[in-house]
Every structure is written in structure tokens, then in C-alpha cells.
Design a protein around this ligand. Structure first.
Ligand code: DX5
Ligand code: ZN
Length: 228
């Protein structure tokens, strides 16, 4: 699959979100980090902002919910206009039911794992998901250093996706930049969230194109994508 780049608006100017969405025209999704000050020690935005943003841009929204009780709140993000909704497995009470509910409401269902959460316990539920997000930093803040300890888990997850013949996407989020994106792609990621690497660049749209080209080359050279 071709690499997808999802700029994270956590690194954008929150007073000018419509302009910041325009600045990354050509991005595959806009990554919207929702934080509740409980699941992570930071507070960002909720459904009213997602609704306004969905009206202000044609780029589909990829909402990453770093919140407690996603079972209760995640479906509202589909209603607010998100095309993809990601909940954290560490916070979900009934992840299978929640993934089904998100899909039934018409969005792509995704589940996120913090760096220390293993994938193996969730092998059997992978067919319930459209995307798995492997966090490559501890969630909560933009601009953190990429954690190389997550690379073996990305590899093992890619192997599980192949073993079960699934079409699901494998997303990485946190510290993804020109320095680290090739390592992620080589390990098995195909969807890349980038906050500071995109919005910290002189030309954010050009940064998206450059990251995508770099990831596409690394995927083409990887062992996991051979024959795809
Ligand atoms: C962190 C967020 C990320 C963040 C990434 O908890 O989930 O989406 O915006 O920012 P960078 O790319 O700067 O690490
Ligand atoms: Zn995120």
C-alpha cells in the first residue's frame, strides 16, 4: 500500500485551524488529538471543534482519543464528522463492542496501544479493526523523541496482519520525522502521523510530500511489502 501521511494539528496554531488544514493540502487525513487531562496529562479539544473543523476542510479527520471511557464518548466523534476514530485499548471497557459501534456508525475503527502495551493479547480481535495505532512515544505531548523500543512490536504486528490476511492499516504516532520514518516503514507501518515534523517546517505541504516519498521508498525496499 502507498504510504499515508496524517499531519497532527496538535502542533498547529489552534486559533487558525481552518488555515492550518489548508496548509497541508494533499495530506491523507488530518490527525486530531483529543486529550481529557485524565488518560493523559494534557487537555485539548472535544466534539464542537471537530464539528467545526469537519465543515472547514475536505481532508478527512482521523480522531485519536486519548481519553478515559471511550466506550461512552467515541461514537459522538463519528457523529461530529470524523472519518476514522481511534480509542486506546488501555482505556476501553469493551473494545470489540466499541469497534463494532464505530463501524456501524460509518467510520473506520482503530485501536491504539501505548509503548508498553503488548499486541499479542489482541491478535484475535484484529479483524474487528480498520487500523491499529502503535504509539511511538508516551501519549500526551507533541515534539517528543521517537522510542526505538517500539520497532519490534511494529514488526510483530505486521507479521500478524499478514498471518491473518488482513487489509488493516498500521499507524505510528509520535516522533515521526525525516530521521525516523524509514525505520517505521521498514518495520511495517504504512500510516504515519507527524506533528512537529510537518507544522514545524517552512512549507508544511512540502513536508508532507517529502515524508510520503521517503516512506514509499522504504516500504518498496522492505521485506514485508515484497509481492504487494
Ligand atoms: C502525542 C500525539 C501525537 C502528537 C505527535 O500524544 O498523539 O499525535 O501530535 O507529535 P510529534 O509528531 O511532534 O511527535
Ligand atoms: Zn495522536
Amino acid at each position: 500500500m502507498a504510504a499515508q501521511i496524517n499531519p497532527s494539528i496538535l502542533s498547529a496554531d489552534f486559533a487558525r485551524l481552518a488555515d492550518e488544514a489548508k496548509a497541508v493540502e494533499g495530506a491523507d487525513y488530518l490527525h486530531v488529538d483529543v486529550m481529557d487531562n485524565h488518560f493523559v496529562p494534557n487537555l485539548t479539544l472535544g466534539t464542537p471543534v471537530v464539528e467545526s473543523l469537519a465543515r472547514a476542510t475536505d481532508i478527512p479527520l482521523d480522531c485519536h482519543l486519548m481519553i478515559e471511557d471511550p466506550d461512552r464518548w467515541a461514537p459522538q466523534y463519528v457523529e461530529a464528522g470524523a472519518s476514522s476514530v481511534t480509542f486506546h485499548v488501555e482505556a476501553a471497557h469493551a473494545p470489540v463492542r466499541l469497534a463494532r459501534e464505530i463501524r456501524a456508525k460509518g467510520a473506520r475503527a482503530a485501536m491504539a496501544l501505548k509503548p508498553a502495551t503488548p499486541i499479542e493479547s489482541y491478535e484475535d480481535m484484529l479483524p474487528e479493526l480498520d487500523m491499529l495505532l502503535i504509539m511511538t512515544v508516551e501519549p500526551g505531548f507533541g515534539g517528543q523523541a521517537f522510542l526505538d523500543i517500539t520497532l519490534p512490536k511494529i514488526r510483530r504486528t505486521r507479521d500478524l496482519i499478514a498471518k491473518h490476511g488482513l487489509q488493516m492499516w498500521l499507524q505510528v504516532d509520535g516522533g515521526v520525522s525525516a530521521e525516523t520514518i524509514e525505520r517505521c516503514a521498514e518495520a511495517g507501518a504504512d500510516v504515519f502521523v507527524a506533528g512537529s515534523a510537518v507544522y514545524g517546517a517552512q512549507d508544511p505541504a512540502e513536508a508532507v510530500r517529502a515524508l510520503r516519498a521517503q516512506a514509499d521508498r522504504a516500504i518498496a525496499d522492505s521485506t514485508w511489502a515484497c509481492g504487494h
